[in-house]
Write a protein that binds this ligand. Sequence first.
Ligand SMILES: Cc1cc2nc3c(=O)[nH]c(=O)nc-3n(C[C@H](O)[C@H](O)[C@H](O)COP(=O)(O)OP(=O)(O)OC[C@H]3O[C@@H](n4cnc5c(N)ncnc54)[C@H](O)[C@@H]3O)c2cc1C
Ligand SMILES: *[C@@H]1O[C@H](CO)[C@@H](O)[C@H](O)[C@H]1NC(C)=O
Ligand SMILES: *[C@@H]1O[C@H](CO)[C@@H](O)[C@H](O)[C@H]1NC(C)=O
Ligand SMILES: *[C@@H]1O[C@H](CO)[C@@H](O)[C@H](O)[C@H]1NC(C)=O
Ligand SMILES: *[C@@H]1O[C@H](CO)[C@@H](O)[C@H](O)[C@H]1NC(C)=O
Length: 491
Amino acid sequence: MKLIKQFDIILLLLWCILSFNFIENINSGPISSLSSCLSSIEGPVIYPNDTLFPSLIIDQNIRVNYTPTVLVYAIDNKDVQKAVKCAVELKRDIVPRSGGHSYEKYGLGGRDNVIVLDLTFVNGITINSETETAKIGAGNRLGNVYNQLNQAGFLIPAGLCPSVGIGGHALGGGFGYYSRKYGLACDNIISMEMVNAKGEILQVDSILNSDLYIALRGAGGGSYGIVTYFVFRIHRTPPQVTYMELAFNRANMTQVYQLFDTFNEVGPLLDDGIALKMRLNKSSLSITGLYLGPCAEAQNAMKEFLSKAPEPISIPKFIPQTFYESVETLSKSPNKYEVVNPVHHPNFFKAKSFVVKGKGLTRQAIKVLVDFLNGASCKILASFDLFGGAANVYDSSSSFIHRDALYCIQMESDWETKEQNTKCTDEINEFGRNFQLNFTSDESYQDFIDRDLDDWQTRYYGNIFGKLVKIKRKYDPNNLFNFPQSIPVQV
Ligand SMILES: Cc1cc2nc3c(=O)[nH]c(=O)nc-3n(C[C@H](O)[C@H](O)[C@H](O)COP(=O)(O)OP(=O)(O)OC[C@H]3O[C@@H](n4cnc5c(N)ncnc54)[C@H](O)[C@@H]3O)c2cc1C
Ligand SMILES: *[C@@H]1O[C@H](CO)[C@@H](O)[C@H](O)[C@H]1NC(C)=O
Ligand SMILES: *[C@@H]1O[C@H](CO)[C@@H](O)[C@H](O)[C@H]1NC(C)=O
Ligand SMILES: *[C@@H]1O[C@H](CO)[C@@H](O)[C@H](O)[C@H]1NC(C)=O
Ligand SMILES: *[C@@H]1O[C@H](CO)[C@@H](O)[C@H](O)[C@H]1NC(C)=O
């Protein structure tokens, strides 16, 4: 009798366990247990069954496309922490996205089926004019950052495409028209808040978690954790700046060589307040520039350059502007509205980057480049960002290694339909490989990330790669934060 009772109880228990598991299985298969875990997130959580979903995964480069499991739009640190804990608990991959401008769509993980932690709504900006610092949410777009800082009379040195996210941009370096004067965006990061793989918030600065501070400033995109806030050093905007535009004869090779000679020789000697971007394609050769001061000073600062450069094909433009007007002009936005309310302009593209050092490209290299542009079957543009000044100041507390660059070349091909994807990608890849081998340094720029680059570890991070791996092992030993070119746990 007693025995039977015990047996009954055991059966009852067994039934309970089994049926509980069964119910668990029907109600919480992989997806719905994820959705129940994410249900306490305050911000919008968007699943593929939402009509909004397809428009939220387009991003900038439509050459590659990935479909995440879910988009989590965090509104604060707590949301980020919750999402990271869910990812760990449910053994899911989680990937941070700020502006979605990664050239390889790494803001979506560079693969399908990840949890995307989007920071769009972590977009506070608090400016402290006295300390000349600003706390900036990682989800801000550069256009908003410039607009808001400008209203208080400040700037940060960064790129000028308004829809680029400050998060991915500053963590990979962030070069722009103010970098010769004030350094890269990453150089101006004083501190950060980062959610780590345990879902804890870490304060990161030159004292607290100082190894992570080094890693994040240049190698921080997607590898160590989710940065939610930055404190940047900000700089007073000059009352007047000068926008410059110079156009040259692309058809005459003597003149093409002469402009390169000038760029190579006079470029490094230019005042730090001057920024120059040279552009070369099949049909045109031009320079866009900015001087952080009045027009007469700009002309003076450019005197030697212009005297050595070939005869321009139109009168050089030196246009006095306010700082913010120059942001609008240089951003190449179709209208002012888009600078403060940036949108993506998705297109098919592939880009390569080459860091050029020493005396610059040789005549032979220029000839090879020009011949390639002339004969290429796809549309290709090479742009040359003049480095030097503050951008070249070596800083052992950053992971941006390209400090002895004369200029960084970006070679970009863009096209109209996906049928051209393979042809245009192969064309630029093959040329780029040989061109870098024969004519430039072996370094490339991590913010122009390139999945087809061999030995990217040393091209992006040089001899600090080993150190970056050690820091990765310390802060994310299980490699929760990963993408095809993330810092690995083991060399
Ligand atoms: C049109 C255009 C113009 C550009 N102009 C310039 C320029 O002038 N100068 C320049 O230096 N670069 C420029 N870039 C490159 C740009 O800096 C990089 O693409 C940058 O990584 C984009 O950042 P994002 O936040 O928009 O991208 P995302 O795709 O969101 O992120 C890029 C990478 O960083 C990671 N990441 C994003 N946010 C965080 C975060 N909060 N914490 C941790 N990791 C994060 C992502 O996981 C991903 O791996 C340009 C790019 C484009 C498309
Ligand atoms: C959409 O998908 C999520 C996650 O699977 C689910 O929780 C939700 O109920 C679905 N919504 C609709 C309207 O089907
Ligand atoms: C090309 O430019 C050089 C230098 O300005 C000039 O001497 C030469 O005549 C030009 N060639 C042609 C074909 O115009
Ligand atoms: C070359 O660049 C110029 C100026 O940026 C542009 O107007 C032109 O369309 C480009 N040409 C080609 C063939 O890409
Ligand atoms: C680079 O050099 C190799 C070997 O000398 C040569 O075959 C190749 O054509 C060169 N490529 C470029 C793009 O210069």
